[in-house]
Write a protein that binds this ligand. Sequence first.
Ligand code: AKG
Ligand code: FE2
Length: 209
Amino acid sequence: MAVHLQSSLFDQEAEVSTRPLSGLRRTELGHGAWIDVLPQWLVGADALCEALIRDVDWRAEQRIMYERVVAVPRLLAFFGRRAPLPHPALDAARTELSGHYAAELGEPFTTAGLCFYRDGRDGVAWHGDTIGRGSTEDTMVAIVSLGAPRHLTLRPRRPGPAPVRTPLGHGDLIVMGGSCQRTWEHAVPKTARAVGPRVSVQFRPDGVR
Ligand SMILES: O=C(O)CCC(=O)C(=O)O
Ligand SMILES: [Fe+2]
């Protein structure tokens, strides 16, 4: 799916729609972790992707690696529970996800983390979302992927289950659940392939980072 970066002549916001979440398919990963996947959950999301790339106040972050300050290879933005989201389609998506998972999750998705992978040189290394409660409790992280297709890879922290490599295409939804953040790690590997920009939107409950 080609994502064109020139600003659109018409406001296409109204064109974003969702397919029923009843189409989600669950895969048990082992060690109490699972993923739910629904390809092409968001329909007509080209303009949404363009708008996020254009409008979000993207931040470059740095971290220390081997005693040197290096740039984190992706741009980031974070919207806490009271922060207005940068596009109404994200409010709608979060509300729908909260409704669908209400009984199983027991709380709503409240925050939105956004990542902008400018090309194949951007990625995120192996990690679990364990800054908050995900280090001790079962929880969920729901990811909507926009723009260029990339892979999300998952591997168990303890040996046993086989690693998993899931393609994430434009409009796809993946939800990591159960113990996934503390018993598994995930990554978006860099790629030497020529890939265009990708935006990832992660919805999490309060206290999960
Ligand atoms: O790019 C993605 O979809 C994954 C991002 C991620 O794992 C994170 O920001 O914690
Ligand atoms: Fe993550």
